[in-house]
Ligand binder design. Structure first.
Ligand code: HEM
Length: 537
């Protein structure tokens, strides 16, 4: 009874197909394993019947709870994707409380979903994030807005975030942050690491990423890399973590009980703080602009993203605040986790690190600050980041809702409003697409390699695809390239001799389960630049 009720609630979006469900229940009773590759249609005596979502196999809510809580997959849902795809094939449905989710775990099928997106793709309706904004009268940003309003926001935010000539202008600002971060590493290893070791590199990179994105957005420094991190910055960092942690739990409860949950109050408080910081930074920027009299001059201001938004006068203050807060939120853990994993892998693989070092030294010798033109000549550096994002996709699974039309995927017809979960982690570890998939091999991304030419274009799409893909991709890449190239040029990175293997864990994003501690040794002046990697990406 309980199960039936959940099923009914969960399938509310597919009412037109209920009849199909009953028929299917009879036709397929007892069938446990279903594979999307099986025939698209079922041929009966009288007709050919289109398979629908109801025909898909997958775990019940209780089975899912068992996996999450008893089998212990809650912190490693990325691995649950892999295990479930072994049981159910590349397409299956799971139930999470009242939600039914269709999991898609093959590059072909992910391509089918993404290529059928309309003009206004929706990730999920994120009811809890939207409810907060309604409660506090705050505007939606690119992460939470939908439909034509979302498209309008993106059309305003896109140019200065994605156009190469604008993004490369952030290089100087980011290089300043990188300089401070390298000094911070030196300070940390002297202070707590016996002159070599830096503990919890991901935590330090989190501060780097926060400083990096805020300096791009506001052109002002937050002091995250100071010896003593300002209290409000620490609280912002804490609030982001709390908000993500509580998000995953709040959404499991019916919306009607949210206001009565203590965790809802904490969730609201975390968001309040994030918006408060956004507002403070906004005020600071407005004062600077007024001081510089830039508004009167209407000059083209390269650099500060917020200044540009303010001067363009295309958004209201509330809208700018909504967008800036979401950009801050999206731009920190993503970049910092990715660089942490890249360093972790480079430390384990000295020959790969050497190859990267030689490439950087040959393109950018001495203390020259790399810029976008230099980066363009560093295919190996780019391959290192691509491979890191394949092995550790920071967004391990991405949601997509079919809003206004039915679509066919893997031969199954899905109704409007179907919620798809694209299992990127599972696909980017698929041996058929990436041989030796567990091994860190940047070479597989180098042009001219046979493997590269055979790769499926949707085998690893860490920034998403299409019009709703990551807004911060170019800035994130620039940050990661500048930091990694300068860091490897200056230090030789080695693993913690007493450290155990660091595994990934899913806390909304894919993070290191245990702290990553690494040794940073100054590169000897005697090391001569070696040959460049010689390949191109
Ligand atoms: C390694 C770094 C990053 C990775 C791997 C990453 C990945 C992603 C992914 C997978 C999505 C969802 C795309 C989709 O649904 O198709 C996304 C969305 C988004 N990202 Fe990133 N991201 C990164 C860094 C950043 C940074 C630095 C920013 C901010 C400057 C940012 C801002 C956003 C925003 C605003 C969205 C929502 C876009 C929309 O819905 O229109 N991301 N990102």
């Amino acid at each position: 009874m309980f199960r039936n009720r959940l099923l009914t609630v969960g399938l509310r979006a597919s009412v037109p197909h209920r009849e199909g469900l009953h028929r299917t229940a009879v036709n397929y009773a007892g069938a446990r394993r279903r594979h999307a590759s099986s025939a698209a249609t079922e041929i009966t005596e009288h007709n050919v019947r289109q398979k629908t979502m109801e025909d898909l196999g997958g775990p019940s809510f209780l089975t899912t709870l068992n996996w999450l809580f008893l089998k212990g997959y809650l912190p490693k849902t990325q691995q649950m994707q892999v295990e479930h795809s072994k049981i159910y094939g590349p397409l299956w449905k799971s139930k999470y409380g009242p939600m039914v989710v269709v999991n898609v775990a093959s590059a072909d099928l992910i391509e089918q979903v993404l290529r059928q997106e309309g003009r206004h793709p929706v990730r999920t309706d994120m009811p809890h994030w939207r409810r907060y904004r309604a409660l506090r009268n705050q505007a939606h940003g690119p992460l939470t807005e939908m439909g034509a309003k979302w498209q309008r926001i993106r059309s305003i935010l896109n140019p200065r975030m994605l156009k190469p000539q604008h993004v490369s202008s952030y290089g100087i600002t980011i290089n300043d942050v990188v300089t401070d971060f390298l000094e911070k590493l030196v300070w940390l290893r002297a202070k707590d690491g016996g002159g070599v070791m830096v503990n919890d590199v991901a935590g330090e990179l989190y501060k780097f990423a926060f400083e990096g994105i805020s300096s791009v957005l506001f052109e002002s420094r937050m002091g995250c890399l100071n010896d003593e991190v300002p209290e409000e910055t620490q609280k912002f960092i804490y609030s982001v973590g709390e908000m993500f942690r509580l998000s995953a739990v709040v959404v499991l409860f019916p919306q009607s009980v949210w206001p009565y949950l203590p965790l809802w109050k904490k969730f609201v408080a975390a968001w309040d703080y994030l918006f408060k910081v956004g507002e403070q930074l906004w005020h600071r920027e407005v004062r600077t602009i007024q001081w510089l009299n830039k508004v009167d001059l209407h000059q083209d201001v390269e650099g500060a993203y917020l200044t540009h938004l303010l001067l363009s006068e295309k958004m209201t203050v509330t809208e700018i605040l909504g967008s800036i807060t979401e950009l801050l939120l999206a731009g920190v853990d993503t970049t910092s986790n990715t660089i942490s994993w890249a360093l972790y892998q480079l430390a384990q693989n000295p020959s790969i690190q050497d190859q990267l070092y030689h490439e950087v030294r040959s393109v950018c010798p001495g203390n020259k600050m790399p810029d976008s033109d230099d980066i363009a000549q560093m295919p190996y550096l780019k391959a290192v980041i691509r491979e890191t994002l394949r092995l550790y996709p920071v967004v391990p699974g991405n949601a997509r809702v079919t809003v206004d039309k039915e679509i066919v995927v893997g031969g199954y017809l899905f109704p409007k409003q179907t919620l798809f979960h694209l299992c990127h982690y599972c696909v980017s570890h698929d041996e058929n697409i990436f041989p030796n998939s567990r091994v860190f091999q940047p070479e597989r991304w180098l042009r001219g390699r046979e493997e590269k030419s055979k790769q499926h274009p949707f085998g690893s799409v860490p920034f998403g695809f299409g019009v709703r893909a990551c807004l911060g991709r170019r800035v994130a890449e620039l940050e990661m390239y500048l930091l990694l190239s300068r860091l490897i040029r200056r230090f030789e990175v080695r693993p913690d001799p007493n450290g155990a293997e660091v595994k990934p864990i899913t806390r909304t994003l894919l993070c290191p389960a245990t702290p990553i501690n690494l040794q940073f040794l100054d590169r000897g002046a005697q090391r001569a630049p070696g040959p460049a990697a010689g390949a191109s990406l």
